[in-house]
Design a protein around this ligand. Sequence first.
Ligand code: IVH
Length: 682
Amino acid sequence: MNAQKRIEELRQLINYHNHKYYVEAKPEISDRQFDQLLDELEALEAKHPELITPDSPTQRVGGSPISEFVTIRHRVPMLSIDNTYNAGELREWDRSLRKLLPKQTIHYVVELKIDGVAMNLTYENGLLTLGATRGNGEEGDDVTHNIRTIPEVPLRLNTKYPPKLFEARGEVYMNRADLVEVNRKRIQQGLEPYANPRNLAAGSLKLLDPKQSAERKLHFFAYASGAMEGVSVKTHTELLELLKSYGFAVNSHVTRCENIEEVIEVCQSWSEKRRDLPYETDGMVIKVDDLEQRNQLGTTSKFPRWARAYKFEAEQALTRLARIEVQVGRTGKLTPVAHFEPPVLLAGTTVSKASLHNADEIARKDIRVGDMVVVEKAGEIIPQVVRVEKSARTGAETVFEFPKHCPVCGSPTKQEKDSPFVMCTAPRGTCGAQIKRKILQFVRRDAMDIEGVGKSLVEQLVDNDLVKTIPDLYRLDEAQLLTLERMGKKSAQNILEGIAASKNRGLSKLLAGISIPNVADNMADILAQEFLTIDALMNASEERLSRINGFGPERAKGVYEFFRSESTIDMIEDFKELGLKLDETKREFPAASNAKQNPQAQGGGQSIVGKTIVVTGTLSRYERSEIEDLIRQLGGKPSGSVSKKTDYLVVGENAGSKLEKAQSLGVKILTEDEFDQLIGKN
Ligand code: IVH
């Protein structure tokens, strides 16, 4: 069989099994067999790059990160739907429709309202050309790079005769289990958990790098259409069949109803059952089935007349707010936290406390200690106090006052005029809570990655006054560490080695670690690449900062002020004295001049600029993240999987299938020593 034929056959097979697995949940082959098909296709495409097409299943996650989002205008606006909350409101809606369509029979379709992010997918001549968020309904963001990674999204419509234009609409969502996992990791990293699946799905679609969003395990259900040319349907039921035949996942819980009483029964039947679904729903959507009738009904200024959402009531519980504790955050912000007695069971978990956010929120809801309060889970995840049951007041309730002094360090607290937040005013390093959180932020894996320094050690170091500022970490010695509980000589040495090794992480990782307001890890990297040295960054004007891609005036102001504060200036001075690496190598060198600019290449090595390098197995001198950072610094592109685009595979001990694959593709294979030689490192 010739290569082209086999490639086509493999693509069909892979799409078929992908559909069986993700859309129908009825896999016919094992994961291993599936991987073999994909490997065979990748190998063939590597030999025949001219045969690679954008709809090949190998091209889902291959895209490179984008630098910013492009706004696009929807061909057909994406409307939202008016809400109803009970049977009476549904009946009223039905009456109003029958008045507008006298003598006609109206059939309804009832679907689950998936709690995710609405998406419009454009297919031109069958090929996926655009995935865009709803945005404000008229204009949204182009997120095609992330949409392509979702397994239920066909890259090409499964039809011999594709329409000229077809837009599928639906919901990008996440399964509850994956969501809980993402939040668990965020809490570990000291980040705010996502309040609901919608925010998380939206956050994931906003990632610039498709590899990261692929890790978020997004899914897609199709439930509507946008613009269409060259295809037509008469009813919503027909549309859902068409979507299925094109290869989309359509939610299986769809019911066609003859009248509104049937609709009500279906809606009510889901109020409890929905908790057994693997994904979150926040109601039902009811749509008129006949598209001609929809046409006649039209839309109001905001909503279509032919659809309604039926919202489930969030589960609520009544309990006593026994006390309010104040937590002190990394930035010194005091957060009031309500503790409930007894704890209550809500949406499957026991809830004993909830953030009250800030002073304004407490005043607005008039929450007092001792009150009976109604608690619910916002978006089914984060508990919150909805309101006070004032009729239950006995007069013994007390108005909560923020402490005048920080509960952790005793410094005075203060609330600025325009801010709802009360802050600890402790000067640098004197508030234990702040410094602990700041240090954890600094040592975490995606920042300075200091091995051996975790939460319990940081607590001990701060509680024992061994560390008051981040630079103090670098001043620790063995004798000091040995004074800590259960600390042995070997562990102490390992910790000191871990700390010393982090001195060379460079500017990007350092900026990610020092808690610059509103600067996440990717922004820290952008800053490092833009300025290359800490001094250049510290000297940058507010206006210069605001010109950086992704920086608005507000973020620019935050960064500017951060580097003007005395505590930051002192910290950076300390870093300089302690010998931390405070610069970064520009990543993309122009190929010709690279050797001159690249210090490592000057040492006799060869340029790896633009080269795609995969690392596999266990190396003796580098951690995986270390060598990947090094590759990046030298202008190369570290990658996780071997393909025909791979320039080098660096192998360590116990290398497995990647090595075999590289051999079969003829990729150049390097040992760790050979890699060091390549980059001119002795
Ligand atoms: S139909 C004009 N069907 O709910 C009607 N929407 O405000 C187009 N949603 O923005 C939407 N599940 O994000 C429809 N089965 C479903 C849905 C659904 C969730 C979301 C969608 C929309 C919002 C309605």
